[in-house]
Ligand binder design. Structure first.
Ligand code: HEC
Ligand code: HEC
Ligand code: HEC
Ligand code: HEC
Ligand code: HEC
Length: 488
């Protein structure tokens, strides 16, 4: 061999260069593969647990050690936020009074604790505190109130000797203060916490609240069409020997709304009966009305939330029916869940993190809406504002119509009309108020289902005016009989 052979030297140099290049290429590929592998396993198993959490771990701080990203965003629910209709204004301990904006609300609620104090909602961090401070508690309230305002499941299990459902059924008879003390004494005085939406062993999304579980079972057993909840439609076609179980049967998309439907729904809560979600006939406003109309108290009387102190009508009070209104809109029909808009994903390396800062999506249009709507942010906001503005104006008209009905009833009474003679007008008041309140108490100002909201408000105004006509007739009759009775 002759090392000085120029051909050979060149050949060797070429060989070495090729070798080096190949080595570098292999190293690069290996690094890339390793990186992909790491990212994949990170995506597959992002949960390296530093501390154990179990079903009794209601303190979110504990969970935050394992899942710092979700915890950090969860803590932001304590921030003050504001949009035209959402969030709240003011920096007091409690948010601004809703009543100042819609003065007719106060007259509509005469006879109900709400006419004492009705405030705008705030972030999740405040749910227990705001409830403990409301002036509505100056009237006795039931322990059922805590179902949606505290991380209460361990308390239900304790009270029911391990059976949460039994514990839940014991709480409506307890006073708010009594149950609130137990919640704090047991160390569970936290607002909605990780364990309320996640299985502590698997982190899978789940529902825990007895009110929701019983309500959704009754809904499944009804014959209301539910194209937006396919797992219920599938269950209905099966043998039905076991009640519908959302935790076993619902799809992930459905669970991304069910988790919120544990609380953001219409309900009845008092010491008279266990907390109830009125879904046995469906989710529409008239289905829920039919449910309440078919409900009776222990004494056999027809159900009502309060007697209107001015007119004497038996009134149904609506509470935040976000889940129900959403269920009637185009987004639910298209499989868009609460979490898609209110907890959108944020990218973090290879993992997607759900934003646990649950708030108005209008503060986060980029991630909440533009993933699906490829339209400028300004245009999206303008579309929402158009919907909300129309809804707000229709709501005010409904309020005006209801006030006219109440005025007519007052005039009729003044002229001597009896409760019996006013029966028709009072029934119209019940129907009109139920619809008006349904949309006033719903928190999206019509956005969750714009056409459905407009239909409901149209009916509300119509019933109020029909009631006004009935009251005017009752007044005419009363005046007539007064003038035909001989004076003594
Ligand atoms: C397509 C997106 C979308 C979906 C899906 C959706 N929402 Fe909303 N939600 C909105 C918008 C937009 C508003 C109006 C926010 C505002 O006025 O600032 C809103 C308002 C709210 C509010 C009041 C927020 C505030 O800041 O005052 C609550 C509570 C709420 N939604 C709960 C729910 C629940 C529960 C579900 C599921 C049953 C749901 N939303 C589904 C878009 C959505
Ligand atoms: C355990 C009951 C409970 C659950 C579960 C729950 N919420 Fe709430 N939510 C509340 C209460 C109570 C408030 C009002 C707190 C206050 O005003 O102090 C609230 C407030 C809100 C607000 C208003 C926030 C603000 O800054 O004004 C939005 C938006 C909201 N919730 C959406 C959701 C969504 C979306 C889900 C499901 C991912 C959900 N909530 C799950 C009880 C619940
Ligand atoms: C089925 C679940 C549920 C039950 C039961 C419940 N709440 Fe709430 N509460 C909510 C949700 C959701 C909100 C936020 C939406 C809103 O304010 O409309 C809220 C908001 C509130 C607020 C802040 C806004 C306001 O209306 O002033 C107070 C105070 C409150 N609740 C008190 C009570 C009291 C008192 C009871 C018992 C009579 C009770 N809650 C029972 C779900 C519930
Ligand atoms: C009101 C219900 C609710 C509460 C309370 C809640 N989460 Fe979540 N969480 C969700 C939803 C909805 C998702 C999305 C799950 C899905 O699509 O499978 C989620 C997803 C997650 C995930 C999976 C990864 C991701 O970000 O999508 C983790 C981890 C998580 N949450 C941790 C927490 C921790 C820690 C807390 C308490 C600090 C918490 N969550 C409180 C509803 C909740
Ligand atoms: C996961 C996808 C998805 C997300 C997220 C989403 N949308 Fe939609 N949106 C749809 C679909 C699907 C429709 C139905 C119309 C269609 O098929 O194009 C729709 C319809 C609408 C409409 C017409 C409503 C009507 O009743 O006719 C408006 C307005 C709208 N979206 C606004 C928003 C806003 C604002 C957000 C964010 C808060 C949002 N969307 C988030 C998918 C989405």
């Amino acid at each position: 061999m002759n090392a000085s052979n120029p051909h050979r030297t060149r050949g060797a140099t070429a060989y070495i260069i090729t070798f080096l290049l190949a080595t570098i290429a292999i190293a690069l590929i290996a690094a890339l593969l390793l990186n992909i592998f790491e990212r994949k396993s990170e995506a597959k198993n992002p949960y390296i647990r530093l501390v154990e959490v179990d079903e009794d771990s209601t303190d979110p701080e504990q969970w935050g050690i394992n899942w710092p990203k979700q915890y950090e965003s969860y803590l932001l629910t304590a921030e003050t936020t504001r949009t035209r209709f959402g969030g709240h204004g003011g920096s007091e301990a409690l948010p601004e009074e809703k009543i100042d904006r819609d003065p007719w609300l106060k007259r509509m609620f005469k006879g109900y604790a709400f006419s004492i104090d009705y405030r705008d909602r705030r972030g999740h961090a405040y749910m227990l505190e705001d409830q403990e401070q409301t002036e509505r508690l100056s009237k006795p309230q039931s322990g059922s109130c805590l179902h949606c305002h505290a991380s209460i499941m361990p308390v239900y299990r304790e009270l029911g000797d391990g059976d949460a459902m039994a514990g839940f059924e014991a709480t409506h008879k307890m006073s708010y203060q009594e149950l609130n003390k137990i919640v704090h004494d047991m160390g569970h005085g936290h607002p909605v916490s990780c364990v309320d939406c996640h299985d502590s062993a698997t982190m899978k999304l789940r529902v825990t609240r007895p009110g929701f579980i019983l309500g959704i079972q009754a809904l499944a057993e009804s014959d209301a069409p539910l194209p937006q909840m396919p797992s219920i439609e599938r269950w209905r076609k099966g043998s039905r020997d076991q009640a519908y179980d959302p935790n076993r049967l619902a799809s992930r998309t459905e669970m991304r709304s069910f988790a919120c439907a544990q609380c953001h729904v219409e309900y009845y809560c008092s010491s008279a009966m266990p907390l109830e979600f009125p879904w046995s006939k469906g989710l529409r406003v008239e289905d829920q009305e039919a449910h309440w109309n078919a409900t009776t108290f222990e004494d056999g009387k027809r159900f009502y939330d309060y007697i209107h102190t001015e007119s004497g009508a038996e009134i149904l009070k609506a509470q935040h029916p976000e889940f129900e209104l959403w269920s009637q809109g185009i987004h639910s029909r298209a499989g868009v869940a609460c979490a898609d808009c209110h907890m959108p994903y944020q990218r973090d390396g290879a993992t997607k993190v759900s934003d646990h800062w649950v708030r108005s999506p209008l503060l986060n249009v980029n991630r909440a809406c533009q993933t699906c709507h490829h339209v400028e942010e300004k245009e999206i906001l303008a579309r929402v504002d158009a919907i909300q503005d129309r809804n707000f104006k229709l709501l005010q008209r409904g309020g005006t119509a209801l006030m006219a009905l109440l005025d007519a009833i007052a005039d009729a009474k003044e002229a001597g009309a009896t409760q019996a003679e006013l029966k028709e007008a009072l029934e119209f008041q019940r129907k009109a108020q139920w619809r008006l309140d349904f949309i006033a108490a719903e928190n999206s100002m019509g956005f969750h289902a714009p056409q459905e909201a407009a239909r409901i408000l149209g009916e509300a105004a119509d019933y109020a005016r029909q009631g006004q006509v009935a009251a005017l007739k009752a007044m005419a009759t009363a005046k007539e009989s007064a003038s035909s009775t001989p004076q003594r």
